[in-house]
Design a protein around this ligand. Structure first.
Ligand code: ASP
Length: 310
């Protein structure tokens, strides 16, 4: 038992300690094994999770809901802001202040960067960031880290290529801060317009991480143990023509996998649009659906840890 994360918010990955990361990953592994044996747990019986989603989601919301159900807890949900008082002009801060009277933990997704931190400042129950605009997506990054560990056995010694829209992709903004805790080499693959924000790359270099930037995906895949593809984030573009120009930047197909480093693991936070051809799904190292399934034990761990029910 640990109270390390009890009462805490999960807003970003750069402020998580190594010890907290360890506890999240090991609790997720324990829950995954327990689920296999017992089917369902009761750690969160009598607790309520509020899912407040002001932006589209499939995996994050449903895997959080599934996680809560599998822990024996209950769920209340705003899945479509058009059906909530947000449509009447209610502020997000007012909405979460109300919801804290209905729930023990809030999971929130919102199109504005920094919104999860604002929500957390407004309430006393734990807030978990399910994606704040082009900011961060810490729970995705935790399940990504969990997946790499499961697929590869370790993170140390790996070369990981992150490819696509590194500018707007919030999952990679969170993931790199977790990978930086390990002995990894990172290759950032993007068109010049969609590079990783400079402040993040600088943070990593300051931490001593070996980071290379390129626009050549095939070359990066020849050196990488893992390639993490991302979607070009259409909803973050002001200029639709710019999106049209960039949307086909990278399309991973079987010939590219055949040319890549032996045994390369292919990941994607999903949804994919055209970044990975369906022909790749049958490749043994295509881990993206397994990755999505790992969302359940990792989110179970987060819910139980922040509410002191692990
Ligand atoms: N599902 C992920 C997110 O919400 C990735 C994506 O949408 O491209 O950030």
């Amino acid at each position: 038992m640990t109270t390390l994360l009890e009462g805490k918010d999960i807003l970003r990955t750069d402020t998580l300690t190594d010890e907290e990361l360890d506890v999240i990953l090991s609790t997720a592994a324990r829950f995954e094994a327990q689920l296999e044996d017992e089917g369902r747990l009761d750690n969160m019986a009598g607790q309520v999770m509020a899912a407040m989603f002001f932006e589209p989601s499939t995996r994050t919301r449903l895997s959080f809901e599934s996680a809560m159900h599998r822990l024996g807890g209950d769920v209340i949900t705003i899945a479509d802001p058009k059906t909530s008082s947000a449509a009447k002009g209610e502020s997000m801060a007012d909405a979460v202040k109300v919801v804290q009277g209905y729930a023990d933990v809030i999971v929130m997704r919102h199109p504005r960067k920094g919104s999860a931190a604002e929500a957390a400042a407004a309430v006393s129950i734990p807030v978990i960031n399910g994606g704040d605009g082009a900011g961060q997506h810490p729970t995705q990054a935790l399940l990504d880290t969990y997946t790499i560990k499961k697929e590869k056995g370790t993170l140390d010694g790996l070369t990981v290529a992150l490819a696509g829209d590194l500018k707007n992709g919030r999952t990679v903004h969170s993931l790199v801060y977790l990978l930086a805790r390990f002995d990894v080499r990172l290759i950032f693959v993007s068109p010049a317009q969609l590079k990783m924000p400079g402040h993040i790359t600088e943070d990593l270099v300051d931490q001593g991480v070996d980071v290379t930037e390129t626009d050549d995906l095939a070359a990066a895949m020849r050196e990488s143990d893992v390639v993490y593809m991302t979607r070009i984030q259409k909803e973050r573009f002001d200029d639709p023509e710019e999106y049209e120009r960039l949307k086909g930047s990278y399309v991973l197909d079987m010939p590219m996998v055949e040319q890549a480093k032996d045994g390369i693991t292919i990941m994607h936070p999903l949804p994919r649009v055209n970044e990975i051809k369906e022909e790749v799904d049958a490749y043994a190292g295509a881990a993206y659906f397994r990755q999505a399934h790992n969302g359940v034990p990792v989110r179970m761990a987060l819910l139980a840890l922040v509410t002191g029910r692990e």
